[in-house]
Design a protein around this ligand. Structure first.
Ligand code: 3PG
Length: 305
């Protein structure tokens, strides 16, 4: 079988070498398309492959139409909002993700960004500490759990709300469960977003919600830009100069946010999962899942059921 790794933002070279060796171990052939700049390159690369590994690359109906032999797509990562599941199912293609494989990398970045934010972006002025503050996790999945673990080391009090995770599971992890997201925002000095982009969550982080935050609140987004109501958040930041927005996903309105001096920071490119370890974990997991799929039909991580 031919397995294409198509990554606009490539894996680290060492990860690619391990993926190559796993693919060959499975008796398959690797095809590599990295740093492509035009969709046409992707469309011609998928034409004759049986499996596809991607990161945040957009895999829409046009790609599925072009991929006549495709049987499986693995998103090496957690969020699969970049893949048109309906089109995949229509073409009889299995879609999988690799949950948890890059969660620690994203969680560590949360704290890299948080220290930077509470120390006023290292501008020389006196900042604050994290110890003793309340951090709220919006969703308690793999990333949220890792953020909770690290937060305790900083002496933060950890709160969480997850529409799909029962309160007792959150409490058992030594985290305060709150009843809803309104309560989370009202209770916490810092809110860290870990929800996926779905029709229900799109633009759900809005003016009213963020306005519930205490004085000096920090909103940190290492999830998806689509979950933010950018116009609402911009309005709020303009009205409340005490609130900061820190993000790993550049908003469409980046320029307008950046004009709010001292209240905003965005990484230039999404960096959460961009570590040697996360690349290796997610990339190798993707290749092993594909090997298992072709060896015995294993579809353990299928998301388009
Ligand atoms: C994920 O959903 O796994 C993360 O957002 C990582 O995305 P990336 O592979 O594009 O860095």
């Amino acid at each position: 079988m031919k397995i294409l790794i198509a990554t606009e933002k490539p894996f680290a070279p060492a990860a690619v070498e391990c993926m190559r060796s796993e693919i060959q171990k499975g008796g398959h052939e690797i095809v590599l398309l990295e740093k492509y700049t035009d969709k046409s390159e992707l469309l011609s690369a998928v034409a004759a492959v049986d499996a596809l590994i991607v990161r945040s690359d957009k895999i829409d109906a046009e790609v599925f139409d072009a991929a006549k032999q495709l049987k499986i797509v693995v998103r090496a990562g957690a969020g699969y909002d970049n893949i048109d599941l309906e089109a995949a199912t229509k073409h009889g293609v299995v879609v999988e993700n690799t949950p948890g494989q890059n969660a620690n990398a994203v969680a560590e970045l949360v704290f890299g960004l948080l220290v930077f934010a509470v120390r006023n972006f290292y501008n020389g002025k006196s900042g604050t500490e994290l110890q003793g503050k309340n951090i709220g996790l919006l969703a308690f999945g793999n990333v949220g759990k890792n953020v909770a673990r690290i937060a305790k080391g900083f002496g933060l009090e950890v709160y969480a709300y997850d529409a799909f995770c029962p309160a007792d599971v959150i409490e058992q992890a030594g985290v305060h469960a709150v009843a809803n997201q309104d309560e989370l925002f009202a209770t916490c000095d810092i809110v860290s977003l870990h929800i996926p982009a779905t029709p229900e969550t799109r633009q759900s982080i809005n003016y009213e919600l963020v306005n519930k935050m205490r004085k000096g609140g920090i909103l940190i987004n290492t999830a998806r830009k689509e979950i933010i109501d950018e116009a609402g958040l911009l309005k709020l930041l303009t009205e409340r100069s005490d609130i900061k927005y820190i993000t790993d996903i550049k908003p469409d309105a980046d320029k307008a946010f950046a004009a709010l001096e001292g209240q905003y920071f965005s990484t230039p490119k999404k960096m959460g999962a961009q570590t040697a370890e996360a690349n290796l974990n997610a990339g190798v997991a993707a290749t092993r899942q594909i090997n298992a799929f072709f060896a015995d039909g294993c579809k353990k991580f299928q998301v388009n059921k």
